[in-house]
Design a protein around this ligand. Structure first.
Ligand code: CP
Length: 313
């Protein structure tokens, strides 16, 4: 039996066996999608709150859908109209939610380490839905799940991650997960957007996208995060697109079965062309669908699935 920790804070803390266990459970959850009636009673009586201090479409909505399909009660706390706006700390807000019987809080915050602080302050389970430039573990898990479903394996694959590695929590969580499961990871981007020390994470570094794509099985394209960039890291978006944008020409030069991924939201015409985003080698829509399955699995495993008597219908 593989047990998970009380909270999901990052993939750095998980073992390969724990990651595989989540992916295997997500595959069972994805089967539920094919049913006429998608709702299962597994988490009846549990309450999940989404607490997002940063914008989100995919992560927040997919957690809410996942909770509802598992029959948990899902509540979204709108931070702007909560007592946070009156100066209450987010830990006090979370303790208030816990006093109402909440079982699990999904938190996104611009400050790295916020989910850890929350997890240490309350007994309820905490899932990190993205904290600053630190980690976005559920995005990486759905990326791993998508690669495993599309390629049949992860070990031995060559995965290129292109873009703003410096500010990307998605890149870091993907690097932890992919290397733990045996993939070879190359990161590529403008030199100022490649952090010093990334080599310590067991990846290769490249500054030429065409070289980094030459033998890649998967390319994961990161969004240029203009909101986190406090200075200019490259001259213009047009030049960025020319040097680091994945377009049809680059797709044609790559391996014929290159899998194209992007966590979204995408800056179309900058890091990825619109044509590539909807190409039949693109898994972007499937990533979004898989996000619900992975989040169903996590809600189940953290709030009850660790119990040997638990049943996932
Ligand atoms: N990929 C991702 O985290 O998207 P959202 O910001 O829409 O949640």
């Amino acid at each position: 039996m593989v047990n998970l920790p009380k909270d999901l804070l990052g993939l750095r803390e998980l073992s390969p066996e724990q990651i595989q266990h989540i992916l295997e459970t997500a595959a069972v959850c994805k089967d539920i999608f094919s049913r006429d009636i998608k709702k299962v009673p597994t988490l009846r009586g549990k309450t999940v709150v989404t607490l997002f201090f940063e914008p989100s479409t995919r992560t927040r909505t997919s957690f809410e859908i996942a909770a509802k399909w598992m029959s948990a009660d899902a509540v979204n706390l709108t931070v702007a109209s909560s007592s946070v706006a009156k100066g209450e700390s987010f830990v006090d807000t979370a303790r208030t939610l816990e006093a109402m019987g909440v079982d699990l809080i999904v938190i996104r915050h611009s400050l790295a380490g916020t989910p850890k602080l929350l997890a240490e302050s309350i007994d309820a389970h905490v899932i990190n839905a993205g904290d600053g430039a630190h980690e976005h573990p559920t995005q990486a898990l759905l990326d791993l799940f998508t690669i495993q479903q599309k390629k049949g394996k992860i070990a031995g694959l060559k995965v290129t991650i292109v873009g703003d590695i410096l500010h990307s929590r998605v890149a870091k969580s993907n690097i932890y997960g992919l290397t733990k499961l045996g993939a070879t990871v190359t990161v590529v981007g403008p030199p100022p957007l490649i952090p010093q020390g990334v080599l310590n994470l067991g990846v290769k570094v490249e500054t030429n996208l065409d070289k980094a794509l030459a033998d890649a099985d998967v390319v994961n394209i990161l969004r240029i995060q203009l909101e986190r960039q406090t200075k200019a890291y490259f001259p213009t978006l047009k030049e960025y697109a020319k040097l680091f944008g994945v377009n049809r020409l680059r797709l044609e030069q790559a391996k014929s079965d290159l899998l194209v991924m992007h966590p979204g939201p995408a800056n179309l015409g900058v890091e990825i062309s619109e044509e590539v985003s909807v190409h039949d080698r693109s898994a972007i829509t499937e990533q979004v669908t898989n996000g619900v399955a992975v989040r169903m699995a996590l809600l189940y495993l953290l709030t009850g699935g660790g119990n040997k008597d638990a049943v996932l219908y």
